[in-house]
Design a protein around this ligand. Sequence first.
Ligand code: GLC
Length: 585
Amino acid sequence: MKITRHTMKKAILLSACAVAALFLSSCKSKVPAPTEDSRSPQEILFDDGNYAMFIHFGLYSKLEGVWKDKIYYGNAEWIMNGNQAGIPVDEYMAEAASFNPTEFDADAIVRLAKDAGMKYIIITSKHHEGFAMFDTKASDFDIVDATPLGRDLMGELADACHREGLGIGFYYSQFQDWTAPGGGNGPKYDKDGREVSFDEYFRTKCVPQVEELTTKYGEIELIWFDTPGDMQAGYSEELVQLVRKNQPHALVSSRVGNGMGDYQTLGDMEVPVANVEGRWEGIDVTQVGWGYSRYDNEWKSPGYIVRNLVSTIARGGTWMLNVGPKADGSIPEMAAASLRKAGQWVKRHPEAVYGAGPSPWGHALPWGDAVQQKGKLELVVFDWPRNGELTVPGLKTGVKSARLNGKKLAIKQKDGWLTVKVPVAAPDEYASVIELILDSPAEADGGLAADPRSVTVLPVEFASTSDCLAERSGWMEKFGEWKVRNVVQRFNDSSTVTWTVNFKEPGVFAVDLEYLGGDTVEWKMALDGQEALVDRHRNTPAYAWYPLGWISIGSPGIHELTLSPSDGDIASARVAAMRLTPIDL
Ligand code: GLC
């Protein structure tokens, strides 16, 4: 079976589903958007801006991940929920009386987003706990009526964005509301003991608030609905219509539910391995969760930000990165510093981000990734080659010239391989960008190729399998911290996984396998049908790399690497990838 398409399983409540169109063979490039087109300014901002700031700020931010001296790890905006601290509705609502985020500074946030190179901001106007961060007539449980601050923070941020030419949009939790009677996963009865339906909640709180958000704050870019739960299609439809009526050009996120919305949001923290068609967005966090958590110091580095931003754009998407302001409203300094540092890189390499189109290879390359500009390819090199030569496999288009920071580089294009002479040391931190000037639109062979100088990872997405199951496997590490891998599992003793790989030249490669399992497994690897390696390790319940041994590739060109389990706890094994490391002998 060839894996060409995976359907993401709906991950209970927390994550929306995404369909990733995965492909292997030669893929024609989607030419970056022309300038005179029929897209709305909002669509252009989304498609070409490619980088946005997400902000999770709400009453939960006041608690900073701690309730009654206990730390709750993971999604801090879920602290009230029964899966976390399980805070009773009255006690949670009472927190508003001492929520006073006086340091919330819309101008400073806009400055930070601009320094980061981001083009628009999406901020939580009401999250699942039901607290509105704007002045609403539909409820008193909002920042103006229920807190000492008494300021409409959505209005302040929208004004600052409009003044400074950044886009603004609002996140709104349309189904879940844990404090309003009738809201999804909320109380069933009102104060007088009367049962309240979801429909009543929808008409008296959700619709009026979305009306306010789409009429009071000028032109907006987007409404980011979230967690539709089992809301019927009529409700999703009504919300889409409401947004269309008040903001004809604003985009609506796919999490409005029931297959509606203007674009797809992938699962939280996901960078797909293969290009995904259509208009879509990847989202990620600067801490582990979305709302600020005092004890979470796992910040994302500038290198991580640059790599994930470029990788998402190269897969065909737009990236939105979250920051969670602290209880006082200020942005945590570690997140801000990382964003600014990554932003300096974006300013040095705007062509790798703005208006950039997907990689014609359809997947990452061993040393980095590629994005398209009109008539050009930007090679973004994360792992700089060791020997002064960058190898580019399978480019079918002729290359007129190559440049690095404006300086011409020597190139050779032969037998489907392009080699570019590069300085020995990486010229930039995080990633260096080599620009190829093409003689026609970019086209590449999307098959796998082993890099002769750097490490090549071969994910199972690009293998063919027999007698085992290729599946998407998702799990949470901390609460809400989603990890997703495409894996091969349900092995038996006739299972095989085969990667077809193009080698530029003969050589020796170390082969490693990334897998998990319950006990020891013996693996065999055949090279072009001949047994080449046999090895056995004690494995663990988390994915880890294990060496299988060295192989010698005798001739350039296509070779088949076939993995099969031959003994041990085969049934519990899950394989994620193989890796080839060239050995200089
Ligand atoms: C999930 C979480 C939610 C968060 C959202 C961001 O849906 O439930 O807390 O706001 O992801 O993508």
